[in-house]
Design a protein around this ligand. Sequence first.
Ligand SMILES: [Zn+2]
Length: 378
Amino acid sequence: MHQMSRSLPLILTTVLLPAAAVAQRPEVILTEEASRIHAAGMLFDGHNDLPWQMREVGSSSFDATDIAKPQPQLHTDIARLKTGGVKAQYWSVYVPASTDAEGTALLQTLQQIDLVKAMVKRYPETFELASTAADIRRIVKAGRIASMMGIEGGYSIENSLDNVERLHKMGCRYMTLTHSKSLEWADSATDDPRCGGLSEFGEAVIAEMNRVGMLVDLSHVSPECMRKSLAVTKAPVIYSHSSALAINEHPRNVPDDVLKLVAKNRGIVMVNFYSKYVIPTEQLTEDRSQTGTIHDVVDHIEHIIKIAGIDCVGLGSDYDGVPTLPKQLEDVSTYPLITQELLNRGYKEADIHKILGGNALRVLEEAEKVAAKLQQAG
Ligand SMILES: [Zn+2]
C-alpha cells in the first residue's frame, strides 16, 4: 500500500526536459525462451494488497467479488496470477495508520488475516497457506500458489510484544515496522521523526521478531530507522516493496549507503512498481500523467544489483495497493515481461531466478534458522 505522500520540495524544482531527453524505450516482447525461464523459476512477490482492495471495493466477500472470474477493476485475479506465473505471494494484511488512533489496529488486522484465509479456503486448487520456506517449495511443486501474509504497520501489535508471536502463529511472516506515520518506537520515511529512528522498545520488537521467525520489513521506514534496525537485527531483513533512491529521489526509496548495509545483512530489497516511486523525478511531466514503463522498474532492479549484489534484490509489486503502474506492468499477468527484459539486458537464467523469488526464499530460510537458534538458546 502506498502512503498519501506529503508535498515534496524536489517535485517543485523539477525541470521540464525536452521530449528527446525522455526518449521512449521499445516495448518488451515476450519470447519462448523468456517464457520457459519464467516458468522454471519461482516468482515470489513481496507485497500484494488484494485483501485491502477486497475490503474496500469487494465487500470483503469472495461471493460478491469472485476472483475465479475476471475482475478488471482489480490488478489481481486467479487467471491473471496464472498468466503471470506467480508461484508464491506475501498477501498484505494492511490496515490504515488511522486504526492506531482508533484503537482498532489489531482487530482490523485479524479481520484481514481471516479474509486471506477465506480466500485460500474458497479456492483450494489455486492457493495454499504456507508457514515455512519448506512449505512453499512443497506447495509450488503441487502447482498451487504458496500464500503467506505480511503485516503492514507496526501499530498492528498495539505496543504488545506478545502480539508478535500471536500474529506469527496466525501465519504472518513479516511486519513492516511503520506505514506512512511515525510510531512512538519507529520512524516513517514520510512523517516527522518521533524516536530518532528506532526506540529501545523498537529494538525489543525486532528481537522478538527475530526470535519467532517473523521477517523485519523496512519498507516505509525512515533511513535512520533502516540503519538502526540493520544494526540490531540478527536475521536478514526484507524490503517487501521498495525501490532505489539513486534512481528516483522519493523518500520511500532506499539510499545507496543502506543498500550496502542490506548486502552485509544478506537481506533483500523487493522492488516496488508504483509509478511515483519508480519514475526518475526529472522525467516527471507537468501533468504528472506519465506512468513510466517496465524499463524504469528494471533500472531499479539493476541499480540494487550494482550496489548490493545479485543476492539482495527481488520483486514487491504493490499490486492493488497503488493507483498508477508503469506501461507493460499493469497487473499481475505481466511479470514474465520482467524476465524478458532481464534476459534482454544479458542476465543469465540462474540470476533471473534469484531475482524472481530465489532470493526471497533464501532470506526466509535464513530467518527460520536464526529463529530456531534463538529459541534453542532462550
Ligand atoms: Zn505500502
